[in-house]
Design a protein around this ligand. Structure first.
Ligand code: TIU
Length: 226
């Protein structure tokens, strides 16, 4: 593996991508959030806003695997007995159906249920760590930080859904733990176009307060020679 850092296009300024210490972290590309007929759509959300991220993520993941770099995946979800579900999260939204109830693809956001699993287009390969997370951030109550430390990772390319919720929360958590984060804007999505815009602007504002924002093409081009 080439261990030289590569400068790639980004805002607010170029990102020094070091493949030897960089992992791809794909956030919550789960069936219940992305598939027509899933929990996300049942709540009235426009899933097409998220589905446009599938193909860019698929291309980036393929290039990442081809280069032999570490790819990781997360899933938001809870224990079947709901012991790790904060009562406030259970009742928030006053929806007719909530986490743990029967949904269109099994019990909503329960680990092991079909709807909680990752979409087939981006399904993890054996050996790619999958982090089951009970919160919006991927570091809260998970072993993600320990795994990254053991593997010598210092940079993260963060993709997935949704931009302003789980992606933003994870980037902020990663930033406070000392990781440099690069977010390819075509690989993250929000149900709300204005939150997509502001979610990205909040990351790159103030000189890159939480990280860098770029595009997957720049990363893929940098991966080609590796
Ligand atoms: N993965 C993630 O972002 N979970 C959410 O609940 N997102 C919403 O935007 N609701």
């Amino acid at each position: 593996m080439n261990t030289k850092a590569i400068e790639i296009a980004a805002e607010p300024y170029p990102f020094l991508f070091d493949p030897a210490v960089c992992a791809l972290l794909i956030i919550d590309m789960q069936r219940d959030f992305l598939e027509p007929g899933g929990f996300g759509e049942m709540l009235g959300n426009d899933v097409s806003q998220l589905r446009r991220t599938i193909e860019p993520n698929r291309r980036l993941l393929a290039a990442w695997r081809e280069a032999g770099l570490l790819a990781m995946h997360t899933r938001e979800g809870h224990r079947a007995d709901l012991a790790d579900l904060p009562p406030c999260k259970k009742i928030r939204g006053r929806a007719a159906q909530s986490i743990g109830d029967s949904g269109p693809m099994g019990r909503i956001l329960i680990r092991g249920e079909a709807g909680q699993d990752i979409i087939s287009e981006l399904y993890p390969l054996p050996g790619e760590p999958v982090i089951d997370k009970p919160g919006k951030g991927a570091f809260w109550a998970t072993d993600l930080h320990a795994i990254l430390q053991h593997k010598g990772i210092r940079q993260l390319v963060v993709t997935g859904v949704t931009t302003e919720v789980c992606v933003n929360t994870t980037v902020r958590e990663a930033n406070d733990r000392g990781y440099d984060c690069y977010v390819p804007e075509d690989c993250v999505g929000s149900y709300y176009p204005e939150f997509q815009d502001y979610g990205l602007r909040m990351i790159k504002a103030q000189g890159g307060i939480f990280g860098w924002v770029g595009r997957s093409d720049s990363l893929i081009a940098a991966l080609k020679p590796i």
